[in-house]
Design a protein around this ligand. Sequence first.
Ligand code: ASP
Ligand code: MG
Length: 469
Amino acid sequence: MLIVMKFGGTSVGSAERIMQAGQLAVDTAAKGHEVVVVTSAMSKVTDALIGAARLASTGHWDPALREELFERHKAVADVLVGDDAARHEAVLGALRQRLERFEKLCFGLSMVHELTPRLLDAISGTGEMLAAPLVAAAIASRGRTSQAVEATELIVTTDQHGGAEPLTDETRVKTTERLKPAIARGEIPVVTGFVAATADGVMTTLGRGGTDYSASIIGAALNADEVWIWTDVDGVMTANPSEVPEARTLAEISYSEASELAYYGAKVLHYKTILPAFRQRIPVRVLNSFNPGHPGTRVTVEGHPSAQGVKAVTSIRGVILVAISGTGMQGTPGIVAKTFDVVAAQQASVLMISQASSENNICFILSATEAPRVVAALRIALEFELMRGHIEEIEAEQQVAIVAAVGDRMRGAPGIAATVFGALGGAGVNVIAISQGSSERNISLVVAERDAADAVRAIHRAFQLDKMS
Ligand code: ASP
Ligand code: MG
């Protein structure tokens, strides 16, 4: 099999972790697989780089940071290849060269006092450029030929700096040309995650946490058999274990379940990042580099449907319910359109919507950061309707949470909603609003924030998710 494996920041957070990452890559190759590694920056490095760039643009460039970054990465090189003078010097050379570029960019910023998204991309990707030579050295020190490869040579994107989108065809050509010969020679290339470049070669980034996306894009470009995401949890779980102690790791979920779960706060995989793999039906595996013996979670087309229907329960806290109500709304066209025009104009994203067929009330959920400005804008935009009494109130209710039960097999299965609401009734949880899309993969409810944990636990218990495998 050809396996593209990604290591996140904590999985390459120290010399010990990088050694372990290298070992995992080498062990997988030893089983007869072809392996391409994609690495994140060491943990916290990206934040430090972005902080430095911001500070530099206000005229303050502190050269101590370059030294700090050098020392942190050099300490790793010392442990990994300290006994191999030639290799050690080569790695230090690579680190120095990348840090010199970083320093020049920051110095430039401190002169011009301006930070454009394009410049921020050029700087924030430095962490991956520092980590890749270390991971390659770890692999090489275990007897496999390995080289660091800059993803700017592989992934071609649009020029939306800070969140660029890959151009599939161009990326496929470049990635295949650059990586296939090395793979064929039995080497393990180590690619920088997060970064990419436009067709003109200007550096871009794929958005924070973008290394998963990089791995999936490269997996798709190479027609890999699997994409493995090495992270610091055992996989995708039936619920948040801090809320539900008996929560279990799911052995397999479908791409659509992954998308529902990513949306509802199960932050293990961001759906967008697995889309390139999904389009080519490439399974994505979430694995724990701190517990590599655990089989993790596989994301596949079928997703091993569960007989209970529901596979996981999640919650989102810190959201606000906006309710627009009035008996005069019945049969008055245009209120919904106007409302969501305002939401869109405020660039807020709606987490859930509900309207009963009496049309006397529409309510929707926004994040707490976006809600105040949306409500203020709604009061202005709907002034006429408020004055005429078509709308009586626009209210924002704080301290609510969304609880969602998710599973592909909920579709067409009667009785699921009954079990959900029976469980909530039994736990004494009051339901404020309800929504189920016609995809039937998700039943979402709004409850008071203080009831959220009880609600999640009650649903988890009712579907016996602690027995799920
Ligand atoms: N290093 C980047 C970040 O912290 C990308 C990643 O970790 O996936 O956002
Ligand atoms: Mg990270």
